[in-house]
Design a binder for this molecule. Structure first.
Ligand code: SAM
Length: 287
């Protein structure tokens, strides 16, 4: 087996994105411990949370805060440190930095400045939940948090009505009921969902049921802890019953994504909609 063991010694001028546990501290990798122990500086989303983790592993390092509200200024500070060849680790409260967490901006800035960024992978709630979901894993899309305002949420879910890949959502417990109701309205009651709760923690639980059952269950049960929602993608048969909900372009795209040629996709759309092929062609040409 060809594998490479890279040195765990941090290099000056490199930003390390260090994944931290999402619950079980045993998930902090040996490489992460080694890097955090040896970098010049650690940038943390919440320095109090990170300090607890560092104390647990007896790591003592200077910390600066880098979170969504100070990321512009703190990002510049990180870049300046990297430019004078200091090594910096970026960590968030839990999981992989830059995944629904601060980090995206500073990684973009590093890319623009030609500064090296190295990932030290580990826990990510989305991947952990997907693997446990018992839903299709070959193709999936990560949606993170849905917008909190009603119209933004509806718009996003409308755009996902024809999504045939498994979808992954993050949600806070106090918004879980509202989100389950919105998913039910947009995707219908039979769609499968796996609610992955408190992953890697003492009360870890995976609840696999339909959207209707999930909404009913949590109308009676208080949602507690952290949740990832993994939702089954749209079945083509389901769409066939309701072509009015999707545009011609979206309809065509479904077949193109399946690998059909443009001509065959037009034929299939015409058949589904019981329309002449020429009508589909001309509708698409006008655009
Ligand atoms: N960057 C993190 C990652 O890699 O997973 C995600 C951070 S995001 C701000 C926090 C969300 O991740 C939570 O609201 C929840 O949806 C999900 N999450 C984090 N830890 C979790 C856990 N132990 N069990 C279930 N979901 C979790």
């Amino acid at each position: 087996m060809g594998s490479t063991v890279l040195t765990n010694e941090p290099k000056g001028g490199v930003l390390y994105l260090v994944a931290t546990p999402i619950g079980n501290l045993g998930d902090l990798s040996q490489r992460a411990i080694s890097l955090l122990s040896n970098v010049d500086l650690i940038a943390a989303e919440d320095t109090r949370v990170t300090l607890k983790l560092l104390n647990r592993f007896e790591i003592k390092k200077p910390l600066i805060s880098y979170h969504e509200h100070n990321c512009k200024m703190a990002g510049e500070k990180i870049i300046n440190e990297l430019k004078v060849m200091r090594s910096v680790a970026l960590v968030t409260d839990a999981g992989t930095p830059a995944i629904s967490d601060p980090g995206e901006d500073v990684v973009k800035k590093c890319a623009m400045e030609g500064i090296d960024v190295v990932a030290v992978p580990g826990a990510c709630a989305a991947v952990c939940a997907l693997s446990l979901s018992a839903l299709a894993t070959a193709r999936f899309c990560f949606e993170g948090f849905l917008p909190t305002d009603n119209s933004g949420r509806k718009k996003r879910l409308d755009a996902l009505k024809t999504e045939d890949r498994t979808m992954i959502f993050y949600e806070a417990p106090h918004r879980l009921r509202k989100t389950l109701d919105s998913l039910l309205q947009s995707f219908g009651e039979d769609r499968k969902i796996s609610l992955c709760r408190e992953l890697t923690k003492l009360n870890e639980e995976v609840i696999r049921l339909s959207l209707k059952e999930a909404a009913e269950l949590f109308s009676q049960r208080e949602p507690k802890g952290e949740f990832v929602l993994v939702v089954e993608g749209a079945a083509l048969d389901e769409l066939k019953d309701d072509y009015s909900s999707i545009s011609l372009d979206e309809h065509l795209q479904i077949y193109l994504d399946q690998g059909l040629s443009k001509m065959d996709a037009v034929k299939a759309v015409a058949k589904d909609r019981k329309l002449p092929k020429s009508e589909i062609y001309s509708a698409l040409m006008v655009k």
